[in-house]
Design a binder for this molecule. Sequence first.
Ligand SMILES: [Zn+2]
Length: 293
Amino acid sequence: MGTASGDRVVRSITDDGAFRVITAMTTETVRGAVAAQEAHGDIARRFGELMTGAILIREAMAPALRVQGILKGKRSRGSLVADSNPDGTSRGLVNFGSKHGELLLGDGVLLQMMRSLPGGTIHQGVIEVPGSASDPAAGGVVSRALMAYMQDSEQIVSTIAVATLLDGDRVVAAGGYIVQLLPEIERGPLMIMTERLQAFEALEEALARPEASPDTLMDELLYGFPFTRLETSPLSFACHCSQARVVESLSTLPRGDIEDLVKGDDVLDITCDYCRKDYQVPPMQLKPLLTTN
Ligand SMILES: [Zn+2]
């Protein structure tokens, strides 16, 4: 995979109406998020896969809504967070538990997917990742988690694969796909697709090819099936934090603390956890927080 930013998502449907397929390349997006969070090794790989997964779930279930995916170990405090926005931007967060090695290892890894509905309500589903206890180090944990989520929480039969290719700590390529079976499916196409997906086990190999793109993935997945490409849209790493949002986030502090800050003359240094951007908040900017409540 070259360095040209080719992050995109492509949506297609087979002409017989049997399959809906979404493919995505997320290399630059994952690179940006992994760099901002200084993630390494296995954590970087899973973090990247969760980022791609949140994008695919949003595209499949709620393209117009913000989707957040959280992967957490049951017995550790660590978690991975991925935010995917309708404009194609994504950001993420790596919260380490007490010890780095504990993050997401051990049994009972949970996947929580949330989407913010208009009016402030949140739709969410939580599933325990199948098989994570028996083989915690295996790749594919996030793919299994996403597939179980679609089955259990969305009641949609689908195959999902996500992968992050690393060379040392460098993200070489990232991407994935979701193949959704639509209700009107007949047995013939289903058998062909089942065989296709079994033969297509090595997503990582497909992503490693220099010509890899959402279109080449689509062509491979749907080889022999007449299909129509519906839409394609760009993806990128970006954080929508701002001075105003940083100030607003301070409104959750106890009123007495805000009063003390306003009285003092210390400029607050605040770093965005998602993108590591630094903000300086002078005391006068906190004054409006005291008048609003
Ligand atoms: Zn930010």
